[in-house]
Design a protein around this ligand. Structure first.
Ligand code: GLN
Length: 262
């Protein structure tokens, strides 16, 4: 039986490399989670984790990592490697993760950058990513995908293409846009409670159900059957942003659909 009180409930959110991996305002994902917790009386702390910081995921409920150019990915790569075993353990223990674009690529096995050099990932997702080189068309535009029967929207801009290994679940199915590689119709990856996606936006403010799913999974993990129900919030602004992103993806100027099947 879930409890109907949120009193004394607390979630700890960690944001990995918030200065370096913050493309298109990915840090807004932390703000959205924090706000949606606070609106329900759940205390939310947000801890930035930078290169060299003394941090381990021990008491963390949600780990966020954003996107970045190849250059920034290269800067964080060695530090992330050192945290890899602990992060994999955290995910094995049902820890919640949202990894976006460049962060998503580094949470797979490896990312081969535009210059051909390999960056080792931490293997949370059974996936590899590769940039076919500077001459290739980037995957840019508004994305619409279906996640558990619902639309998720966001903005993508990546040269790297991600391929999921057999048995690795995708996060969503692409309706419009490129998603993982513009070929197999898949978007992102999901392993346990870890979500990887190419969607910026930031993605959580305009996909409130996804934000609430992350919060609910984290509460369940921390409080078990005592986890509070999430009350409904006034999401009109968030849903308007969601609707506008849908509209943008399908408007003639955008032609994401054309590009996807080109
Ligand atoms: N550098 C990566 C690529 O171009 C990721 C970019 C991003 O995070 N938007 O594929």
């Amino acid at each position: 039986m879930s409890s109907d009180t949120t009193a004394d409930r607390q979630l700890n959110i960690a944001v990995l490399y918030p200065e370096l991996l913050n493309l298109y305002g990915d840090r807004g994902n932390a703000r959205a989670l924090e706000r949606r917790c606070q609106a329900r009386g759940i205390d939310a702390s947000v801890t930035p984790v930078d290169i060299g910081d003394d941090w381990s995921p021990g008491d963390t409920d949600i780990v966020l990592v954003g996107g970045g150019q190849d250059r920034e990915q290269r800067r964080v790569q060695a530090d992330l490697q050192q945290r890899g075993a602990e992060l994999r353990e955290y995910v094995d223990d049902d820890g919640v993760v949202l990894a976006v674009c460049g962060g998503f690529q580094l949470f797979g096995h490896q990312y081969r950058g535009w210059d051909g050099e390999i960056m080792e990932g931490i293997g949370v997702f059974d996936a590899v990513a590769a940039h076919p080189g500077p001459a290739i068309q980037r995957c840019v535009g508004n994305v619409v995908a279906i996640w558990e029967g619902e639309t998720v929207v966001g903005f993508e801009n990546h040269g790297g293409r991600t391929y999921l290994n057999e048995g690795q679940e995708a996060f969503a199915d692409v309706v419009s846009g490129f998603g993982n590689n513009g070929g197999d119709g898949l978007e992102g990856a999901r392993a346990g409670n870890a979500f990887g996606t190419y969607l910026h936006g930031a993605v959580l403010p305009k996909n409130p159900r996804l934000a609430d799913r992350l919060i609910a999974l984290a509460l369940e993990r921390r409080y078990g059957s005592d986890a509070p129900e999430l009350s409904r919030l006034d999401d009109r602004a968030a849903l308007r942003a969601h609707a506008e992103a849908l509209h943008a993806a399908f408007s003639p100027g955008e032609s994401a659909l054309g590009r996807r099947f080109a």
